[in-house]
Write a protein that binds this ligand. Structure first.
Ligand code: GLY
Ligand code: MN
Ligand code: MN
Length: 444
């Protein structure tokens, strides 16, 4: 299935080339294959920038964009067809496929890159390249440049400037097209269904990994190749570890469980967090903290839209959470003092969100010219306030200790505000309790 049309990749390449200075070349390598142990590889995931410009899914490939090149501006180096290797490892597009299926103007075997790429760079004034992201490739690029330098006496002209390609590209990636939003919605809907299933399955006596399995079953069953990041399934006090990874503790009656998990579809991420009671019913303290986080999230949604800047949503969550913690007696002082001294950070220590796209913590600047970025339609972000009361916090009454709540949804900025992509999972206390009660009834 071609979720991002070929024409859109072509538009992206054109848009990038239009921003490049005259007489330049852009060079981007595909993601390397990472070894897990001995001869076992990690599941291959294409580099997001490379994917954004090519849609080409294979490793051992290099893209060169050469505006104005007579024999074609879009050049792809990739693996040659090889029946024996393909028998073992899977099909390859080869050079013909790179042209026919992926729209390359010209394609060469990756094994010939040392002979061909210096010739393509030679005579170009500037090289657009993401320096410092891939040490091995940095080194190879310098070798190709040195090949050109070594021929200076024969009239070869090495480039004079290196320009950060990632900056141009990451600004483009920040604005999602209609096709991208559609893929992100698909990922969001699958993740929402997975969270619903986890809520329906939860009960005391299971372990965190049982719910992780339910989530990932729904991801995979709906065509997602992998989660967009390591799923966090954190029962009780484990919820206070922000990026908890073990996912192997038993789920206890009376505890909450925090699940932060989202699938990836065609290299587009979703990122949802829900927190709910293992036994299906919130205690009054859990409910108080939960409803405060929910109120903060609602305030954040209202602070997202064109003409509002990036930090407004965060500021809205800080105000609501600070007020609420004061009311509950978990913080002391006045609201102004709590905000001024940042004493709220003892319980709300992270930001209200991040850009979302091909990377879960997506690319794009949060400040422009020293000022918070003003939001524009097509930008996608998460909204994820939380409150975490450490289990050993002696400043607060015992009944509050070890409660950790985060609620996270994905939104895209629209002309009038924002659209929530992850609305398919219950969020109010009443909705969650009703869903879990219905599941228990069915199981009985
Ligand atoms: N899942 C990581 C985050 O929410 O930022
Ligand atoms: Mn997030
Ligand atoms: Mn998350």
């Amino acid at each position: 299935m071609q979720r991002i049309p070929k024409a859109e990749y072509a538009r992206r390449r054109k848009a990038l080339m239009a921003q490049m200075e005259p007489n330049s070349i852009a060079i981007l390598p595909a993601a390397p294959v990472y070894i897990r142990n001995r001869d076992v590889e990690h599941i291959y995931r294409q580099d997001s920038d490379f994917q954004y410009l090519t849609g080409f899914p294979e490793p051992e490939a290099v893209l060169a964009l050469i505006p104005g090149r007579e024999h074609g501006e879009y050049v792809l180096f990739c693996r040659e067809r090889d029946p024996e290797r393909e028998l073992w490892d899977g099909l390859r597009a080869g050079q013909d496929g790179a042209i026919a299926q992926f729209g390359a103007d010209d394609a060469f075997p990756i094994n010939d890159i040392d002979d061909i790429l210096p010739g393509l760079i030679e005579g170009r004034e500037r090289v657009y390249y993401a320096i410092g992201c891939n040490q091995e490739f940095d080194h190879r690029l310098m070798e190709w440049i040195n090949v050109i330098r070594s021929k200076a006496r024969q009239g070869a002209q090495p480039p004079n400037e290196f320009v950060a390609l990632d900056h141009l590209l990451h600004d483009m990636r920040l604005y999602k097209s209609a096709a991208e939003v559609k893929v992100m919605k698909e990922a969001a809907e699958i993740s929402a269904a997975a969270h619903v299933r986890a809520m329906q399955t939860a009960r005391p006596g299971l372990s965190e990994y049982h719910l992780e399995a339910e989530l990932e079953y729904i991801f995979r069953k709906n065509g997602s190749k992998m989660p967009a990041y390591g799923s966090i399934v954190a029962g009780g006090r484990n919820a206070c570890i922000l990026h908890y990874r073990e996912n192997d503790a038993p789920l206890k009656d009376g505890d909450l469980i925090l699940i932060d998990a989202g699938c990836e579809i065609d290299c587009y991420a979703s990122d949802i967090t829900r927190t709910f009671p293992v036994n299906g019913t919130f205690s009054s303290e859990q409910k108080a903290i939960y409803e405060l986080v929910l109120k903060a999230q609602e305030a954040a949604f209202a602070a997202i839209g064109p003409d509002k800047h990036w930090n407004e949503a965060h500021e809205a969550t800080v105000r609501v959470i600070a007020e609420g913690l004061l009311e509950l007696g978990l913080l002391a002082g006045t609201l102004d003092e709590v905000i001024e001294t940042e004493s709220y950070k003892a319980y709300y220590m992270h930001r209200a969100g991040h850009w979302l796209g091909m990377d879960v913590h997506d690319v794009g600047d949060y400040k422009v010219g020293g000022e918070w970025r003003v939001l524009e339609p097509g930008m996608a972000l998460t909204v994820e306030p939380g409150i975490y009361i450490p289990a050993d916090d002696e400043r607060v009454a015992k009944k509050w200790r070890g409660i950790g709540v985060r609620i996270e949804d994905d939104v895209v900025v629209t002309k009038t505000g924002c659209e929530i992509l992850t609305g398919g999972v219950p969020k109010t206390v009443a909705e969650i309790e009703a869903l879990m009660a219905a599941a228990r009834e069915q199981a009985a």
